[in-house]
Ligand binder design. Structure first.
Ligand code: DAH
Length: 333
């Protein structure tokens, strides 16, 4: 009997050690300690032993075996549960850093940034913002700006014509100046406006010229506006956009829509002069075309390239690079 108990105990412990799952452990429990288990059967067989001494010895051996097997069962079960849980956790694991790894965010294009900064600075100086159409009539783009059909200044504007209406009557605007006219026709003076937008020139592109680029136009119409108001505005803009250590100057020039006309330059802290744009006092013919009486109203206008501005600001060598859509280039700004 004692040998049978020992054998049952050893076989149970061996099976437990080899058990790979908690189900295996439960099977051992049923086979050994269950209703028809080996140790249970032996307990029933106790009664058949002849002497009290034998019963006592076998009884205590049985108790010891049962307790040992029960302890081993519990220990093995806990061990396997831990392992099974670890496996489960590994399977169900969610990588939280994955959620944090958001797609890379883009930002405004270098020219858009310049456009927005220009608007901010002029709005800070009291200007409002207006926009006009990119497809214009000949009248708005040229005629109303004191450039009649055979005016020599028209050749400065290599024009893209649009196949619409009578031949030559519709153009892609060559500058933002036509928006001046649209503003004069719709807004009662005093006018303090800037007009940014896309413009088009039929020319070969190179490092400093693009066929599609951006300008910002300024128009001030009020009573008693004179050339010093223009110079003062350009200077205030220069300091506020570029910094207090920059200054500006006006240089005599010619534009059909202004009289007198001036180009304006800015001086960098290193003393270098950069040409920025054109300006002047709005020509009486232009005021009249806009429905304003030149005896009552006077004003100044200016216009310059936004892309060139971004180019200067960031020391970009070639304007075309800004439109190559190369993210490695654009990321820098
Ligand atoms: N429209 C001119 C151009 O595209 C720039 C310009 C010059 C605008 C003088 C103005 C101005 O408003 O007064 O070259």
């Amino acid at each position: 009997m004692i040998d049978q108990i020992k054998a049952a105990r050893e076989s149970a412990l061996k099976r437990l050690a080899a058990a790979a799952t908690s189900d295996d452990v439960r099977a051992v429990e049923i086979d050994v300690l269950g209703k028809k288990g080996t140790l249970t059967d032996l307990k029933t067989a106790l009664g058949k032993l002849s002497t009290i001494e034998e019963k006592k010895q076998a009884g205590s051996a049985l108790n010891e075996a049962s307790a040992t097997v029960a302890d081993a069962l519990a220990a093995r079960l806990a061990e396997l549960r831990r392992a099974e849980r670890a496996v489960q956790l590994e399977i169900e694991r969610v990588d939280l850093t994955e959620i944090m790894r958001r797609p890379k965010r883009g930002h405004a294009h270098v020219v858009t940034q310049a456009w927005q900064r220009l608007e901010d600075v002029f709005v800070g100086l009291g200007f409002q913002v207006a926009e006009g159409p990119e497809v214009e009539t000949d009248w708005y783009n040229f005629e109303a700006l004191n450039m009649p059909a055979n005016h020599p200044a028209r050749s400065m504007h290599d024009t893209f014509y649009v196949d619409h209406g009578s031949p030559g009557s519709t153009v892609l605007r060559t500058h933002t100046s036509p928006v001046q006219m649209r503003v004069m026709q719709t807004v009662a003076p005093p006018i303090y406006m800037i007009m940014p937008g896309r413009v088009f020139r039929n020319e070969t592109t190179d490092a400093t010229h693009l066929a599609v680029f951006h300008q910002i136009e300024g128009l001030v119409i009020d009573r008693g506006i004179t050339l010093p108001d223009l110079a003062g505005t350009i200077e205030a803009f220069t300091k506020s956009f570029f910094g207090a250590d920059f200054t500006s100057r006006l240089r005599p020039s010619y534009f059909p829509f202004t009289e007198p006309s001036a180009e304006f330059d800015i001086r960098t802290p290193s003393g270098e002069w950069l040409e920025l744009g054109g300006s002047g006092m709005v020509h009486p013919n232009v005021l009249r075309a806009g429905g304003l009486d030149p005896e009552e109203w006077s004003g100044f206008a200016f216009g310059f390239g936004i892309d060139r501005m971004a180019k200067e600001r960031h020391a970009i060598n070639d304007l075309r690079e800004m439109y190559s859509n190369d993210v490695r280039f654009l990321e820098q700004f």
